[in-house]
Ligand binder design. Structure first.
Ligand code: HEM
Length: 156
């Protein structure tokens, strides 16, 4: 019998894990002198929108795409924000710090998939923040991230 491979979303702890992660992360963002200026006007819904977006990418419920936006809408939110590599690196650093503090799974398989998505997603955000238009098509589907080469957790 083969074991069922959990989604990254399930492995991380489901909706509560992602909501907690982004809630705590944006507290850190607002306390950070480099990132605070670019996030100080974010809406109260911002944290949960990002939590639901990332949950969906990792195989969770389609809350973001069914009720909150789509991939194009997410990209559009970054237009003309003029994000820099320094912003991007700090964003990732604070998110990883939060993941450790909340004891998100730290197995090599989960963390390598998590990092791969963060690298991809943040670089797309920075690229699209430099201009007022995106080449992204308005019907681009939500990305779906998987375990990559390891294929699943080593010890499910
Ligand atoms: C995987 C990477 C990322 C994802 C999935 C993501 C996702 C999102 C989403 C879903 C929104 C819209 C939130 C809403 O509806 O209120 C948003 C807005 C935004 N994001 Fe990102 N983002 C990423 C990376 C980044 C990075 C690296 C930065 C800057 C360091 C950034 C800066 C912003 C800003 C400034 C906004 C607009 C805030 C406002 O409304 O005032 N994002 N992002």
């Amino acid at each position: 019998m083969t074991a069922t491979i959990p989604t990254l979303f399930e492995w991380a702890g489901g909706t509560p894990a992602f909501e907690q992660l982004f809630n705590k992360f944006y507290d850190k963002v607002l306390a950070d002198e480099l990132l605070e200026p670019i996030f100080k006007h974010m809406s109260p819904q911002h944290r949960m929108h990002v939590a639901h977006f990332v949950s969906e990418v990792f195989g969770g419920p389609k809350t973001y795409s069914e009720t909150e936006g789509n991939h194009y809408a997410m990209i559009s939110k970054h237009l003309q924000k003029h994000l820099t590599e320094a912003h991007r690196k700090r964003w990732i650093e604070l998110l990883l710090q939060t993941a450790d503090e909340l004891s998100l799974p730290d197995d090599p398989e989960f963390r390598s998939a998590f990092m791969a998505y963060l690298e991809w997603g943040t670089r797309i955000a920075v690229l699209n923040s430099q201009t007022d238009t995106t080449t992204e098509s308005s019907d681009t589907p939500m990305p779906v991230w998987g375990w990559g080469v390891p294929g699943g957790p080593y010890n499910p």
